[in-house]
Write a protein that binds this ligand. Sequence first.
Ligand code: ITT
Length: 201
Amino acid sequence: MLFLKLNYLAMELVFATNNAHKLEEVQQMVGNKFTLKSLADIGCEDDIPETGVTFQENAQQKTDYLFNKYHINCFADDSGLEIDALNGEPGVYSARYSGSRDMEKNIDLVLEKLKNETNRNARFKTVISLYLNNQQYFFEGTVEGRIIDGRTGTEGFGYDPIFVPDGFDETFAEMSLEQKNKISHRAKAVEKFVKFLNDTK
Ligand code: ITT
């Protein structure tokens, strides 16, 4: 009975992602006040365009698409890794830096390009775009760190095995999801986003 009541009170939001890891990370941060639905949950199999040159443009493109098609409350994030010595690359191309979605190849390419580089400074960035009650909002989060020489750790996803956040000696891939969610770029953006939802709900 209590479960039914909580479920009834939870606000449904569609998260415009095909990445199950991200959905899990964000659902954990959002808590049970909000029920996140995936694109699959609403039967959306469209290849939503992501042709922007900034994270904000891409996040906006995804929510514009969903809002125009379904008129629903929805949000999207666009995230990626910016490496100073590579002039901000891979940036918006993080998912396909090597030309494919194969993360082994993407990481290999980054390590190869940084082979003789002493400046290892990098950051993960997230921008969230939200449509709530016909209005659009943006939230940002960043975590600074450095790229190490080789992979360490097996948790997480993407570039986690080669990224060590400032103030730590271990990569994101050596941290538990709970630990990563306390300091990550996505956590920071989601924190602002959840605070906003709670304040306006
Ligand atoms: P959707 O576009 O379907 O949401 P995606 O995997 O493309 O999924 P993003 O656009 O947010 O996700 O991120 C682009 C890439 O940046 C992602 O594929 C990873 O390679 C990298 N990335 C983003 N967040 C990361 C994180 O927390 N840890 C490691 N790599 C991350």
